[in-house]
Design a binder for this molecule. Structure first.
Ligand code: ADP
Length: 468
């Protein structure tokens, strides 16, 4: 029982320690702070010690010459010169390192070794200064001993003071640090909480940008922008599904109507049978067309639409579309002005599909007897394929919307021949997929010109016609 309780407590603690960024930030700063205290204490103590020993070295340098001279030349008692209270004693050696003077008993060999000097400071609280003096044509070696106890006391005091101040700072840090760092990362917890609650039902929920600062503010803004885009796409997707279902409802209702009619009366009535079969055929074709268009758009949305590009002469495609149109439409005057031989690198079938969409629209929205011109010209680095009609035209308020999915202007919505409002969306997908552009010029009641602008590779030189 107690064991499980303890395990739970430790488990929770470990989890909190592991997960809490604020805890980690506090610990890192405390670690760094402790390290800097250690460095500051160490530097202060050694700095002060070095400063003091430099002073002792200077004093030693002053005394060494005088003491050696007096000892060698005047054979005077050296203690008279031990005027400085810090001086503990002197030892002098001749050039053969024979001791000729020793006013203290600590050492009887000449010392000029940094490690020994350091050790003697720590062990005996004595600082040894060593030098050589040239006197009477001879070299003498001198050790001067200074009392280092005061320096050690001062160094210890400095160490204690600096560490004390550092610890005081650490205590303040321990008290304030976690609160400050928790406050700093609070927006992250808020964001997590909000992000957790966002779903399809409340996709419009956004993070509170004002509550965060600096990089976290940027993060919140980026998150909100991303959510805006997702929401936009989500709404479009929903709209698409609902429009598509709506479009499919009419042909399905028509099909059901004819099937019911066939069921009731059509079995024996040849006329009804004929009419129903024809209508069912039409609606099935209509549905197939719609489903294919929907699939095309869905593939584009899923980025699985592939373009098989090749080099070809745009004139060939225009010619093919022109001939096909002439065959299926005899109610309009259709003209094709061949343009220069422009070579493009594109998906031939898709480009043909796009041109057909514009031509079919021109046929649909131009009353019988009207004129349709298919022609091309060069516009900078683009070849412009134009379909011009003398049809009903487009109102300027509709012009912005005609490329929207399922959009049909009022006039064409009433028309029986009207499509599903997907043609131009498909053409736009194809042309943009080729880094092209679409231009539309229209005058309501007078006609429209749709231009596909495609980047081209080259224009072939015109073949010369030689008259013999
Ligand atoms: P639809 O299948 O209805 O033709 P589109 O996407 O091809 O769908 O066209 C969208 C709408 O743009 C049409 O319903 C029509 O209102 C308008 N439109 C397109 N082409 C023309 C045109 N040549 N003349 C007049 N209106 C046009």
């Amino acid at each position: 029982m107690v064991k499980t309780y303890l395990r739970n407590i430790f488990g929770n603690l470990r989890k909190n320690f592991k997960l809490s960024i604020s805890f980690k930030i506090s610990m890192t700063y405390m670690g760094l702070y402790l390290l800097s205290i250690v460095i500051v204490v160490f530097s202060a103590m050694t700095g002060y010690f070095i400063y003091q020993t430099i002073g002792l070295d200077r004093t030693g340098e002053l005394y060494a010459g005088v003491i050696t001279q007096k000892t060698i030349r005047e054979k005077e008692v050296i203690s008279e010169y031990l005027i400085d209270e810090r001086l503990n004693g002197v030892t002098i050696y001749d050039s053969k390192f024979e001791q000729i003077l020793n006013t203290q008993s600590q050492l009887d060999v000449y010392v000029n070794n940094v490690f020994y000097k350091f050790e003697s400071v720590l062990r005996d609280e004595v600082y040894v200064y060593s030098t050589s003096v040239f006197e009477n044509n001879q070299m003498y070696y001198v050790n001067i001993y200074f009392d280092a106890s005061r320096i050690i006391d001062e160094v210890t005091m400095i160490g204690l003071f600096v560490s004390g101040a550092g610890l005081l700072g650490l205590m303040i840090m321990v008290a304030v640090g976690p609160v400050a760092s928790r406050k700093l990362v609070q927006p992250i917890s808020d964001m997590t909480e909000v992000a957790r609650t966002i779903s399809a039902n409340n996709i419009n929920t956004r993070l509170n940008v004002k509550a965060s600062q600096h990089e976290l503010k940027e993060l919140a803004e980026t998150f909100n922008n991303m959510m805006d885009r997702i929401e936009d796409d989500y709404i479009k997707q929903q709209q698409f599904v609902s429009d598509a279902s709506h479009e499919l409802r009419t042909p399905i209702a028509v099909l059901r109507g004819y099937v019911d009619m066939l069921d009731r009366w059509g079995k024996n009535d040849k006329e009804i049978l004929e009419e129903s079969i024809q209508a069912i055929k039409n609606e099935a074709g209509n549905m197939q067309d719609l489903v294919e268009k929907l699939l095309f758009i869905a593939r584009n949305d899923k980025k699985t639409l592939k373009l098989t590009k090749e080099e070809f002469n745009i004139n060939e495609v225009m010619d093919e579309v022109f001939k096909e149109t002439k065959m299926i439409d005899t109610t309009h005057e259709i003209n094709n002005a061949t343009c220069e031989d422009v070579i493009v690198f594109a998906d031939k079938n898709r480009i043909k599909q796009a041109i057909r969409i514009f031509v079919e629209n021109a046929i649909k929205f131009t009353p019988s007897g009207g004129k349709i011109d298919i022609f091309c010209d060069i516009k900078g680095e683009f070849v412009s394929i134009n379909v011009k009609d003398s049809g009903i035209g487009i109102r300027s308020k509709d012009l912005k919307k005609i490329f929207n999915r399922f959009y049909r202007a009022e006039v064409s919505r009433d028309k029986e021949s009207g499509g599903h409002g997907l043609g131009l969306s498909i053409a736009k997908i194809i042309i943009l997929g080729h880094r092209g552009k679409i231009n539309v010029r229209s005058q309501y009641g007078e006609g429209s010109t749709f231009s596909i602008l495609l980047p081209y590779i080259k224009i072939l030189p015109k073949a010369k016609i030689v008259n013999e």
